[in-house]
Design a protein around this ligand. Sequence first.
Ligand code: UDX
Length: 493
Amino acid sequence: MGHPATAAAAAADLPAHILIFPLPMQGHINSMLKLAELLCLSGLHVTMLLSDYTHRRLRRHADIESHFSRYSGFRVATISDGLPDDHPRAGERAMDIVMSLVKVGGSEFRRLIETTDALSDGGSRRRISCLIMDGVLSFAVPVAKEIGIPVIYFRTVGACSFWANYSFKEVIAAGEIPLKGKEEDKYSYASKPELDFPVTSVPGMEGYLRRRDLPAFCRVSDVNDAGFNTIITETRRTALSDGLILNTFEDLEGPILDQIRNQIPVVYSIGPLHCRLEKEATLPSSSFWEEDHGCMAWLDSQPDRSVLYVSFGSVTLLSKEELLEIWYGLVDSGQRFLWVMRPDSIVGGDGGSPSIPVELEKATKARGYMVGWVPQNKVLAHPSLGAFFTHSGWNSTLESIAAGIPMICWPYFADQMINSRFASEVWKVGLDIKDTCDRAIVEKTVRDVMEVRKDEFWERARQMAELAKKAVSEGGSSYLNLNRLIEFLKSSI
Ligand code: UDX
């Protein structure tokens, strides 16, 4: 299979060369970089394909090049994402990255494969022997077929979200989406009673999935919406590939993984990836922003399980009204909080801190710590953590589960809607307050998770953390699936 190896490569018995192409977004790159390190550790050669824009961000704030310099077979290659440098690449407009790459990606990608192969110089690296592509970049399939190499998709979301996306056609056929009525502002849309109707057309999720819990791509009034159809098409095309990698584990999403395997027989559940390396410290920082480590000293001065960690990921945008409602709710709860307020996250903000009422300022000085970006896994591992107020991005969800931290889920868009439903109703490791933004609800929910029902949530979170640890330990399901994946990759030459 694969290219006729050059004489030099065959003679040198070089390892297989894997090209990994993540969607250029923080959440996607984090998990794919961790996979890249695991493949390098197994002796494979890896070329990581980043967008020019992302590469510049990572060089500014992360230590990728230095971290990966220990692996002689690791390289970074770059491709344009087709967007101007000043594009916000945040909020709802983050979808532009997908649409742009799907449009320009094919030709750019083909050119890049040829140049990367040329880069392989025949002596120290083979030509590319397998592609690992982000699950929304199906243009790679024809290219891979043409040059005769396998392509595996890595969808960096949970199995629950992938399977719901895969079932969108059935959900439309069952008339469960779209919701009638015109596009309104998100809270009046979310107040529609039909959003609480059950969804019965996603196999394996009957009994707890409501329309409002479907991935937010469904929140369109016209099923011909371009973004919605891109997700449908790209997800369905996964079945054309040689396999699907998911950053999850069998004890977390087994029933859904079984549903997926009915359509896509080769599924590698290998997560939580961030736990896979011996020591957290060996993980490369892959942050797009400067990490503030000062918060760790503040956490050291707080009692055990007393701090609510608040972070809404790398894409979420908040209006000033939403910011104040959440802020008042946190302050009124009386709890201590560490809040990551990403510099670009306030709509209409100028990047500086918004002018805030004096009572919030005083209470925050007394019990809070505000910061722009933190080493999240180190924060989640800190003994002072009491709960995680999250937007339910998949990496944050998995990191919280692996750390054994209960969650308050306030999803923003995309897969976050279904992740929050699973966290509250299926895994029972937190409470879901999607589609609300009200200081009284925030206050009550914080009190429930950190006081009233604290023991219940801590016990569930502890159980799930143990299952996560078991999955990645020797003999565990994720451990064995990663070995299976590596064997396949090594045989791709
Ligand atoms: C995006 C989508 O929004 C999300 O829905 C999808 O599941 C993955 O791609 P993002 O919004 O960035 O991800 O959220 P998430 O998946 O949680 O990834 C954020 C990453 O940034 C996590 O790995 C988290 O550890 C890290 N992070 C976050 C930091 O390192 N520091 C911070 O201060 C905040």
